[in-house]
Design a protein around this ligand. Structure first.
Ligand SMILES: Cc1cc2nc3c(=O)[nH]c(=O)nc-3n(C[C@H](O)[C@H](O)[C@H](O)COP(=O)(O)OP(=O)(O)OC[C@H]3O[C@@H](n4cnc5c(N)ncnc54)[C@H](O)[C@@H]3O)c2cc1C
Length: 445
C-alpha cells in the first residue's frame, strides 16, 4: 500500500482497465470521467466503458491475434474481459456483449473497489504533479487537447472512423430474414438478409450515389481501412462489398436452398435480442439516406433505426516519437497514455494498453520499477513495442495481428498450426509476466 495516488483521466475501455489494474496492485486511484456533464459526439450513455459502435470484441479463438490478446488479458486478470465474458451474447466464434449490461458491470465493479475514487468531471489540464494516465480516447478535444499539445508539441495525427447503424428486431421481415452463422460455425447467431442479383444491383446503385453527411475536415486518404464506410468501399468496385461485409459464402437461404448473391448480416446487440447491429455497415450517409437505401435490403423494408451510422475524426499521438514501451512519455515518466489515443486500434487493444499502463504506472508509484515490460512475443507486448518503435516513420493505428510479433524459430506452413504455435509461445510468456507481477505487486490474482 502507498499513499501516493494515481490519476486516471477518462473511464473508457482503457481508463477503466488501467484504474482497475493499478488499484489491484494496491495503488489508490482517482478516476475522472466527464460524462454525463459533457458527452463526446460518439458517446450517448452515462456508464463507463461505453462501446461507441459495434457490440463485438471480435474473435474469441486463440489462433486469431485478437482472440489471443483476449486470452492474455484474461490470464492477467482483466476487468474488461471479466465483464465481457459475463455479459456476452451469442455471436458465433466472436465475443459480443450486451452493451448496457457490460457497461453497468464495469461501472459497478469500479465504484465498489475500495481503492478507487470516482469523479464525474472534465479535466482540462494535465496534472502538474503526481502520476497520471491519460485515456481520453480518440475524440479528445478542447482544453485537454491543448494541454497535451503544450506538453508534447504538435505531435498529433488523425484519421476518420465510422460507426454502423443499429436496427430494432421489431420491424424485420422474418419471412425473408433467416438465422444462421456462416458455415454453421457456432449457433444460428446472426440474422441474414439475402439478396438476389437484381436486388443487389438496385441496392448497389443507390448506395454509391446516395448523399453523404458533411464531416468537418473529412478527406478520404485518412479513413481507417479496418472501419471503412460501406459506401466508400462500394465505390471501389461493383463486387467489392460482395467479397467483404456482404459476402454470402457459407450461408444458405432456406427459401431457395441456395447461397444468395449477396447477404447482409445482423449481429445481436443486446441480451433480449431486440436490437441488431448491421455488420460492416459503418457509414457517413445522411440519416435520411441511410433510411432510404438500407431499407432496400430484403427483410429491412420496414426497419426501425435505433441509431444511425456516424463518422468521427479520431485523434492519436505520434507515439513512436513520444512513448516508451511502458506507455509513458519518453521525456516525462510521470505521464502515461492508454487506449486509442496511443494509436492502438479497437476496443480490446485499447483495454489491453490500459491494462499495461495501469500495471506499469502502479510499478512506478510502488517503486517496483523497472518491472520488465511484457515480452513482445505476446500480442500485448507486440502492440506496445509497435506503437513505441522509433523506426516507424509513417505511423497508423494498429489492430492486434500476428504480423507485429517476432517470427517463430521454426517454419510452419499450416496457418492455423502456425498461429497456435504463436499462441502457445505467447501464453508461456504471459505466465512469466503474471508470476513476476504477483511476486512484486499483486497479492490477489
Ligand atoms: C465512431 C467510432 C466508432 C468506433 N467503432 C469501433 C468498433 O466498432 N469496434 C472497435 O473495436 N473499435 C471501435 N472504435 C475504436 C476504439 O476502439 C474506440 O474508440 C474505443 O472506445 C477506444 O477506447 P478508449 O478507452 O481509448 O477511449 P473511449 O472509449 O472513447 O473513452 C474515453 C473516455 O474518456 C472520457 N473523456 C474524454 N475527455 C475527457 C476529459 N477531458 N476529462 C474526463 N473524461 C474525458 C470520455 O467521455 C470517455 O468516456 C471506434 C471509434 C470511434 C470514434
Amino acid at each position: 500500500m502507498t499513499s501516493e495516488r494515481l490519476t486516471v483521466i477518462g473511464a473508457g475501455l482503457a481508463g477503466c482497465e488501467a484504474a482497475w489494474q493499478a488499484a489491484e496492485c494496491g495503488v489508490p486511484v482517482d478516476l475522472y470521467e466527464m460524462k454525463p456533464t459533457r458527452m463526446s459526439p460518439a458517446h450517448h450513455k452515462n456508464g463507463f466503458a461505453e462501446l461507441v459502435c459495434s457490440n463485438s470484441f471480435r474473435s474469441n479463438q486463440i489462433e486469431n491475434a485478437v482472440g489471443l490478446l483476449k486470452e492474455e488479458m484474461r490470464r492477467i486478470g482483466s476487468l474488461v474481459l471479466t465483464c465481457a465474458d459475463q455479459t456476452s451474447v451469442p455471436a458465433g466464434g466472436a465475443l459480443a456483449v450486451d452493451r448496457d449490461e457490460f457497461s453497468d458491470m464495469v461501472t459497478l465493479k469500479l465504484s465498489k473497489h475500495p481503492l478507487i475514487c470516482i469523479f464525474r468531471e472534465e479535466i482540462k489540464d494535465i496534472p502538474t504533479s503526481g502520476t497520471c494516465i491519460i485515456a481520453t480516447g480518440p475524440l479528445t478535444d478542447d482544453g485537454l487537447f491543448d494541454s497535451i499539445q503544450s506538453v508534447i508539441g504538435r505531435k498529433f495525427l488523425h484519421f476518420f472512423d465510422a460507426a454502423a447503424p443499429i436496427v430494432q428486431a421489431e420491424g424485420l421481415d422474418m419471412s425473408i430474414v433467416f438465422a444462421a452463422s456462416r458455415y454453421e460455425k457456432g449457433g444460428a447467431d446472426y440474422l441474414n438478409c439475402p439478396m438476389n442479383e437484381s436486388e443487389y444491383r438496385a441496392f448497389y446503385d443507390e448506395l454509391v450515389n446516395a448523399e453523404l453527411g458533411s464531416v468537418k475536415d473529412f478527406d478520404k486518404e485518412t479513413v481507417f481501412e479496418g472501419c471503412m464506410p460501406i459506401e466508400t468501399m462500394a465505390k471501389r468496385g461493383f463486387d467489392t462489398i460482395r467479397f467483404g461485409p456482404l459476402k454470402p459464402v457459407g450461408l444458405t437461404d432456406p427459401r431457395t436452398g441456395r447461397t444468395p448473391y449477396a447477404c447482409v448480416q445482423l449481429r445481436r446487440d443486446d441480451r433480449s435480442a431486440s436490437l441488431y447491429n448491421m455488420v460492416g455497415f459503418q457509414t457517413r450517409l445522411k440519416y435520411s439516406e441511410q433510411e432510404r437505401v438500407f431499407r432496400m435490403i430484403p427483410g429491412l423494408h420496414n426497419a426501425n433505426f435505433s441509431r444511425f451510422g456516424v463518422m468521427h475524426r479520431n485523434t492519436y499521438l505520434q507515439s513512436p516519437e513520444l512513448l516508451t514501451r511502458r506507455y509513458s512519455l519518453k521525456n516525462n515518466p510521470n505521464i502515461f497514455f492508454a487506449g486509442q489515443i496511443t494509436g492502438v486500434e479497437g476496443y480490446v487493444e485499447s483495454a489491453g494498453s490500459g491494462l499495461l499502463a495501469g500495471i506499469y504506472s502502479a510499478g512506478k508509484i510502488l517503486k517496483k520499477e523497472p518491472i520488465e515490460p511484457i515480452s513482445d512475443r505476446t500480442v500485448l507486448g507486440a502492440m506496445a513495442a509497435y506503437i513505441s518503435d522509433p523506426q516507424i516513420r509513417v505511423f497508423q493505428p494498429m489492430n492486434a495481428n500476428f504480423g507485429i510479433i517476432p517470427a517463430l524459430s521454426m517454419r510452419i506452413r499450416n496457418k492455423k498450426e502456425k498461429n497456435l504455435a504463436y499462441a502457445e509461445r505467447s501464453l508461456a510468456e504471459v505466465s512469466l509476466f503474471r508470476d513476476t507481477l504477483f511476486e512484486t505487486m499483486r497479492k490477489s490474482i
